[in-house]
Design a binder for this molecule. Structure first.
Ligand code: GSH
Length: 215
């Protein structure tokens, strides 16, 4: 099995799929395409997937794009990893907040591009981004209140994979979260797949174009 990515330091959608695969203990290789920097990157990606976006999962004859679809596939193939919570209601809520990440929070994504190892200077989120962050904190608090933690729906799962890049952005841009969320944030940074990702991301090639936005 292969996961096609741009960079595990900068490509937040790739990281979401990578975390689900790693947590499920799936043996897989990572194939890098230097998106926006490597000569002919778009053609190389188009030759793999008509969507021309990463991540792409290659599993035998299956070519699968969209990070959430990849997480769903991993969850279905590896039920022992319990990537979705037990119980139809909890699973429905976990899917809803995962979809909310996929389709929303555009200002946070635009103003705070992910760089796990980057540290921004003098960053202040716009009012719109602050509003989106408040909604993210609210949904984390609600999920943790119901589940009792340590992760959004109890055990580490797809919803946590979806929001890990947000935690990374909070750290990169020096944005604080409500104190009640600190134990969730600590649990996430200490989670074994997250720790492995953080190590791998440190070794990814620098892309000056992305680092430039950090100021
Ligand atoms: N909804 C897609 C988004 C994927 C996406 O936008 N990936 C970015 C890199 S993180 C990309 O491939 N961008 C290429 C482009 O914009 O041309 C997913 O969840 O996989």
């Amino acid at each position: 099995m292969e996961l096609v990515v741009f960079s595990l330091n900068y490509s937040s959608w790739s990281v979401r799929a990578w975390l689900a695969l790693d947590h499920a203990g799936v043996p897989f290789q990572v194939r890098h395409i230097g998106g926006f920097v490597e000569e002919g990157w778009r053609e190389k990606l188009l030759a793999i997937s008509g969507a021309a976006r990463v991540p792409v999962l290659l599993d035998g004859g299956l070519t699968l794009h969209e990070s959430l679809a990849i997480c769903e596939y991993v969850a279905e193939r590896h039920p022992e990893a319990a990537l979705w919570p037990q119980g139809a209601r909890a699973r429905a809520r976990a899917r809803a907040v995962s979809c909310e990440m996929m389709s929303g929070f555009h200002r946070v994504r635009q103003e705070m591009p992910m760089s796990l190892r980057g540290r921004a200077k003098g960053f202040a989120p716009s009012e719109q981004a602050q509003g989106e962050l408040a909604r993210i904190f609210q949904l984390w608090e609600e999920a943790l209140d119901r589940s009792g933690g340590p992760f959004l729906f109890g055990a580490f799962g797809v919803a946590d994979c979806m929001y890990m890049p947000v935690l990374s952005r909070l750290r990169t841009y020096g944005v604080g979260a409500p104190t009640g969320l600190q134990s969730y944030i600590d649990a996430m940074w200490g989670q074994p797949s997250v720790a492995r990702w953080a190590t791998l991301a440190q070794g990814e090639p620098a892309i000056p174009m992305y680092d430039g936005v950090l100021g």
